[in-house]
Write a protein that binds this ligand. Structure first.
Ligand code: GUN
Length: 290
């Protein structure tokens, strides 16, 4: 058994951003500059890093970036008022409210207040419903990035067995919908699934999005399968070999001996998320102007 191909998400994301930048340059000739507004409430350290990276990459592809930082005690009404303002602002084509939100705010109420045409996260119920019913939707960025990596490696996915490990609204559920749309036979597995290893072993495509460090072991993977690792877990400093290292939901070193292809962490799915966010913002801007 030869070791798996390591899928280079970082390089793929860079190519996607370059394509977005080309199209942004084309739009500039028509006098249109796409704009993305990002709203951050409070001081979650991981969110701060994401938001900084988003802003930098938004500017790098030639779009306008609007950052709104609100303090952790912000009231829901004030956040809703900001969302309303952004909905009405013609310079803003995409709106992203960074999650998680503080406890006093109902995240679903805020997400569903975003104009679905500007919902570049694809989290609004209208976009989730459109995706589930096979209509044109803005699609959540992480699963969209996973699908692109899969189609790049495997081509047509028709008839393949896909197992999605995790059922979140952000990754697991939209991932399953996208794979169904690509004609896979899809199983959504989760923490209550019986005999998880046996279910995962049926997969030609295994998507791990559970948020548990190195949970997927080598004997969970069918030889030759394509394994996409969405997890980003920081190991406790006291873990042997840990020292706060970032690892996925897959035991990479062991699984790469069984899989046909595998995404690393970091450098796999992670860079695809922001690239897809920029692609969604471009899509939203093009639709807004017909
Ligand atoms: N927090 C972690 N990932 C995401 C994401 O993709 N979008 C938003 N809005 N918040 C997040």
């Amino acid at each position: 058994m030869t070791a798996a191909e390591v899928i280079d998400g970082k390089a793929f994301a860079a190519r996607l951003r370059a394509k977005v930048a080309d199209q942004v340059a084309q739009l500039a000739l028509e006098g249109l500059q796409p704009g993305l507004a990002v709203v951050l409430v409070g001081h979650n350290p991981a969110s701060e890093i994401y938001v900084r990276n988003k802003a930098r990459q938004t500017l790098e592809v030639g779009m306008r970036s609007f950052e709104h930082r609100l303090d952790a005690e912000t009231r829901q009404d004030d956040l809703l008022a900001l969302v309303e303002r952004l909905n009405r602002d013609p310079a803003v084509h995409g709106i992203l409210v960074q999650l998680p939100l503080p406890a006093q705010i109902d995240a679903a109420a805020v997400i569903n207040a975003i104009d679905p045409a500007k919902d570049v996260d694809g989290f609004h119920v209208i976009n989730a419903g459109r995706l589930a019913t096979g209509q044109d939707a803005l699609v959540p960025c992480t699963p969209l990035g996973c699908l692109m990596l899969l189609q790049d490696r495997l081509g047509d996915l028709s008839g393949l067995r896909a197992v999605v490990l995790g059922r979140s609204n952000i990754v697991g559920k939209p991932m399953a919908q996208l794979l169904l749309g690509a004609n896979c036979t899809v199983t959504v597995a989760h923490s209550r699934t019986r005999d998880l290893p046996a279910v995962c072993r049926e997969a030609d495509i295994l998507i791990a999005a559970v948020g548990r460090a190195r949970m997927v072991a080598a004997d969970w993977v069918k030889p030759g399968a394509t394994v996409i690792d969405v997890g980003i877990n920081r190991l406790e400093p006291e873990t042997p070999g840990g020292k706060g290292k970032l690892v996925g939901d897959v035991d990479f070193e062991a699984v790469k001996e069984a899989a046909g292809a595998i995404t690393p962490v970091p450098g796999g799915v992670g860079p695809m998320t922001i690239a897809c966010l920029l692609a969604n913002t471009l899509t939203a801007a093009c639709r807004a102007t017909g």
